[in-house]
Design a protein around this ligand. Structure first.
Ligand SMILES: Nc1ncnc2c1ncn2[C@@H]1O[C@H](COP(=O)(O)OP(=O)(O)OP(=O)(O)O)[C@@H](O)[C@H]1O
Ligand SMILES: [Mg+2]
Length: 249
């Protein structure tokens, strides 16, 4: 089992993700069952708090394992094995946006408001500007993953009460660009070159609090490369970031 060009042994990472899944699902299943069966009011405040924390952290760990599994899958796929089809971009963006906003609100409250091009939910507003009927020849599952990762970052690395995200798609004749802009914490110039490295996370007071592996952007870069495209970022600390994906037509 050889490490890949990034020095990572994807087979070992796949094995780790797989082995962790089963015990964690048992821990999560039992802790949720205990809370559901006994009812929170039966516990002392300390036990109730401890159970709540166990359930919450178990959920986080489950998300970490699923992201590691997704990373392994994206890293293992070969360019010529990619199943590509024409995908209507506007429809894909709207679907991804709805999913990201829905997952963010696990309590399942209804969407506050949404129009054809603007989605608003619980302090997050996503504006989509995409030419109608524009299609891209690509792997839908992987492109959706890219969009979701960029949107999740735009929400996560943002401490504004009202988080605004602008998604813009443009047809340049020989290429299509897709950018995701946020007005969040931004990135320091010295960190920009490291953003796409697997497991890299900016080490500061804000980012240190945020859940994740530092794998989302490396997956984005891999998917874009598999499609023959490029990814770039323009960012200002404190003002926000624009991540742009460019695909040849
Ligand atoms: N929109 C953004 N604004 C500010 N910083 C960002 C943004 N997107 C990414 N970063 C920085 O780049 C790092 C790497 O991003 P990446 O998506 O790879 O990892 P993550 O979000 O921390 O974890 P994961 O994606 O695995 O859940 C982040 O930890 C953060 O420091
Ligand atoms: Mg991320």
């Amino acid at each position: 089992m050889e490490p890949n060009e990034l020095g990572l042994n994807i087979h070992i990472l796949t094995l780790i993700a797989h082995k962790l899944r089963t015990p964690l699902s048992i821990i999560n299943g039992y802790s949720e069952a205990v809370v559901a069966q006994a009812g929170k009011e039966k516990f002392s405040p300390f036990t109730a708090k401890a159970l709540e924390e166990i359930c919450q952290q178990g959920g986080h760990m489950g998300q970490l394992i699923e992201k590691l599994a997704a990373f392994n899958k994206v890293m293992m796929v070969e360019k010529n094995a990619l199943d590509k089809r024409p995908i209507p971009i506007n429809k894909m963006l709207k679907h991804c946006t709805s999913l990201v906003l829905m997952q963010r609100n696990s309590a399942g409250l209804p969407t506050d408001s949404s129009s054809d091009a603007t989605f608003v939910k619980r302090g997050v507003q996503v504006d989509i500007d995409c030419p109608a009927n524009l299609t891209i020849n690509g792997n839908e599952e992987m492109l959706r993953l890219c969009i979701s990762e960029l949107m999740e970052n735009a929400i996560k690395f943002n401490n504004k009460m009202e988080k605004i995200i602008k998604v813009q798609v443009a047809n340049h004749g020989d290429s299509i660009s897709l950018s995701v802009r946020d007005y969040g914490v931004g990135v320091r110039p010295q960190d920009v070159e490291n953003l796409f490295k697997p497991f890299f996370q900016v080490d500061d007071d804000f980012t240190g609090q945020v859940n994740g592996w530092g794998l989302g952007l490396s997956m984005v870069q891999r998917v874009v490369t598999l499609h023959g495209g490029t990814v770039s970022v323009v960012s200002d600390r404190g003002l926000g970031s624009i991540f742009t994906l460019k695909f040849p037509l």
